[in-house]
Design a protein around this ligand. Structure first.
Ligand code: NAG
Ligand code: NAG
Length: 225
């Protein structure tokens, strides 16, 4: 790391601290050589919260680790969560993809469940040209109603009915529910091949998660392993 980078990093850390919030994941090399197991423990224990362990080398050459923001995640102030919704658009050029989006104990999609105030669905789409199915989950509203508190997960499932016409494009984002403005860094596009087993409600393609850590929140969108 060169001096300018060090200066920048220190300045950024000071600027962050001056805003009165400690970072969930400090993302700097922590002293002490640790097995990855104990490093995982350190990175998942407050004040570091829900960080991912990245091995690093200290200036003295010893092994260390940093607690970094997990892949696919962004950090926002907790207050942002109140007005947050999740939106997913599964698009496919041809055929009949059936989708199943799950939030809390509900699912929407052809044959998966009916829409509600908290989970909307655009409707079954097939063989009409430029098909897509979308679902919208009211994350903030659900939290205000006490339906989740510390964390919640949205599952994106889909499967072809009859023949596969791959690939499928999944565009997923966290956004403000009143302006529909996406949260910076929280828009993801996955291009995936989907099976044709009529498993549209449980064939997991991607997940979105919200985790509250003190006065901040992690918003994560990741493709299924
Ligand atoms: C979904 O994605 C398709 C393909 O990009 C696009 O044509 C369509 O307008 C999108 N639908 C919505 C509601 O965003
Ligand atoms: C999916 O459902 C359709 C209609 O019921 C059926 O014809 C087809 O064989 C099923 N496919 C599989 C893989 O089960």
């Amino acid at each position: 790391m060169n001096n300018w980078l060090v200066l920048f990093t220190v300045t950024a850390a000071v600027a962050w601290t001056c805003h009165g919030q400690k970072p969930i994941c400090p993302d700097n090399c922590i002293s002490g050589s640790r097995s990855s197991e104990s490093a995982t423990e350190v990175c998942s224990t407050p004040p570091f919260g829900l960080c991912t362990v990245i091995p690093c080398t200290l200036p003295n050459g010893n092994a260390g680790h940093s607690c970094s923001i997990p892949p696919g995640c962004v950090v926002v102030p907790e207050s942002v969560v109140n007005g947050l919704e999740f939106f997913v658009n599964y698009s496919f050029p041809n055929g009949d993809l059936d989708t199943g989006t799950r939030f809390l104990d509900q699912a929407v999609g052809p044959g998966c469940g009916s829409p509600s105030d908290l989970l909307a669905f655009s409707g079954d789409s097939f063989f009409s040209g430029n098909q897509f199915e979308t679902a919208t989950a009211q994350i903030g509203l659900a939290r205000q109603q006490g339906l989740w508190e510390d964390s919640t997960t949205i599952e994106m499932n889909a499967d072809w009915f009859f023949t596969a016409f791959n690939p499928v494009t999944i565009m997923a984002e966290f956004r403000d529910s009143s302006t529909q403005t996406p949260v910076e860094g929280a828009i993801v596009t996955f291009v995936v091949d989907v099976s044709n087993d009529n498993n549209s409600c449980t064939n997991l393609l991607a997940t979105a998660e919200v985790k509250i850590v003190g006065s901040q929140a992690l918003l994560c969108i990741n493709q299924a392993a």
